[in-house]
Design a protein around this ligand. Structure first.
Ligand code: S3P
Length: 441
């Protein structure tokens, strides 16, 4: 059976109840491999996300000569080669569906002495890369895209890099991280100004590896010349994966779900703020810190949600959660308006169009706009929707089943494996009636 012929079928109704620990944070897992590889000494990672995207990053570093053991039950051991110890890979590095791998690696590789080509799957090959290659070229990097500004990316090594002060035109943690990683190899100071706060895992983790990072207002900077020291990293659960059950427990009848050890980094918690504004019942319990990242347990119970105008400052802080937040909006009383979220059009799919199309098939009044959506809450019907190979769309429509009037069939779900391979098992255990049809690639 072809890879993309995985179909999810969700039976309507049901509830969500019980406790779960969703898998490790994708952003932090990627970075643990990257910084662990560039460090001196051994890095022990626990809670690593054993999913296709992070495995793409891991394979890339193995191909560049880094010894990495695992993942085994979330444990990964990386024997770092130091900032200048990577070796030229024998072949282009294939990064699958993973935008984070490609954008962060482009910066890190611009500072190496060898040439590398970065490739990806059909979706990744359509995503905009000029947002990283333009500033990297300003730093002196020699890097080519296609005429459309997409991958394959050809990075030519050996070009001396110089630090720049870059005003990011879009709020992107991937661009910021790319430039900071290039900055480890650039002459002088590399400073990145962000127009709105974006996830700061790179900065936190660099500090955890003993590398100085400065922040002045909205500008973060690094200087070359330091070293990274191997360390222990405990990866919290991914709030972006937890979000499916936060929405699910909010919209289902008689739901009561506790999610353990969820990453609560303030640059990621927009989904909680948005759901609370909509009237969700979310209790934050046992907040504490692990290895420089805040975590907590979340208890979510059924609630009557109301439509809201989503504050624009929360958009970058919830950027990956909008597919499932649109489902929350569909189940809310009244109108929800999202603006300022044009970035959603260049994610793994065009998440504005694809979600609006699917919601309409389910009978929801969802109107896409250039930078967001207007959703009028109302009854959810049934039907067959397309995920367009986007993991978060597939999982969002699965959750919609909790309030649907009949079965929902979702096509093209294989890529759920990129971020949350255990989604179906976990969702079933909590009470969602979801089944997988097909599936062997
Ligand atoms: C990520 C940053 C975000 C997010 C992506 C992961 C990261 O992208 O959407 O899933 O790990 O840095 P942008 O920074 O491009 O918005």
């Amino acid at each position: 059976m072809h890879h993309n012929q995985v179909t999810f079928e969700v039976q309507p109704g049901g509830s969500l109840q019980g406790e779960a620990r969703v898998p490790g944070d994708k952003s932090i897992s990627h970075r643990s491999i990257m910084l662990g590889s560039l460090a001196e000494g051994v890095t022990e990672v626990t809670g690593f996300l054993d999913a296709e995207d992070c495995l793409s990053t891991m394979k890339a570093f193995k191909a560049m000569g880094v010894k990495i053991e695992g993942p085994q039950a979330g444990k990964v051991t990386i024997t770092g080669v130091g900032l200048h110890g990577l070796k030229a890979p024998l072949e282009p590095l294939y990064l699958g569906n993973s935008g984070t791998s490609m954008r962060l690696l482009s910066g890190l590789l611009a500072g190496q002495s060898f040439d590398v080509t970065l490739t990806g799957d059909e979706s990744l090959s359509k995503r905009p890369m000029k947002r990283v290659t333009d500033p990297l070229r300003q730093m002196g990097a020699s890097i080519e895209t296609t005429d459309q500004g997409t991958s394959p990316l050809k990075v030519h090594g050996g070009a001396p890099l110089k630090g720049i002060h870059y005003e990011m035109p879009v709020a992107s943690a991937q661009v910021k991280s790319c430039l900071l990683l290039a900055g480890l190899y650039a002459d002088g100071t590399t400073a990145v100004h962000e127009p709105a706060p974006t996830r700061d895992h790179t900065e936190r983790m660099l500090k955890g590896f003993g590398y100085p990072v400065n922040r002045l207002g909205e500008t973060v900077s690094v200087q070359s010349g330091g070293t990274l020291k191997g360390c222990a990293i405990d990866v919290p659960s991914d709030i972006s994966s937890a979000a499916f059950f936060m929405v699910g427990a909010s919209i289902a009848k008689d739901a009561d779900v506790t999610l353990r050890h969820v990453g609560m980094n303030p640059t990621r918690t927009g989904v909680i703020d948005i759901l609370k504004l909509m009237g969700a019942d979310i209790e934050i319990m046992n907040p504490h810190e692990v290895g420089g990242e805040p975590v907590a347990d979340l208890r979510i119970k059924s609630a009557i949600l109301k439509g809201i105008a989503i504050p624009e400052h929360l958009v970058p802080l919830a950027i990956d959660e909008f597919p499932v937040l649109f489902v929350a909006a569909a189940c809310a009383n009244g109108k929800t308006v999202l603006t300022g979220a044009e970035e959603l059009r260049v994610k793994e799919s065009d998440r504005i169009q694809v979600m609006a199309d699917g919601l309409k098939i389910l009978g929801v009044d969802a109107v896409p706009t250039p930078d967001g959506m207007v959703v009028n809450g109302g009854p959810l019907g049934m039907g067959v929707v397309e995920s367009h190979g986007d993991h978060r769309i597939a999982m969002a429509f699965s959750i919609a089943g909790l309030r649907a009037s009949g079965p929902i069939t979702i096509h093209d779900c294989a890529n759920v494996n990129t971020s949350f391979p255990t989604f179906v098992t976990l969702a079933q255990r909590l009470g969602l009636e979801v089944n997988v049809l097909g599936g062997e690639s």
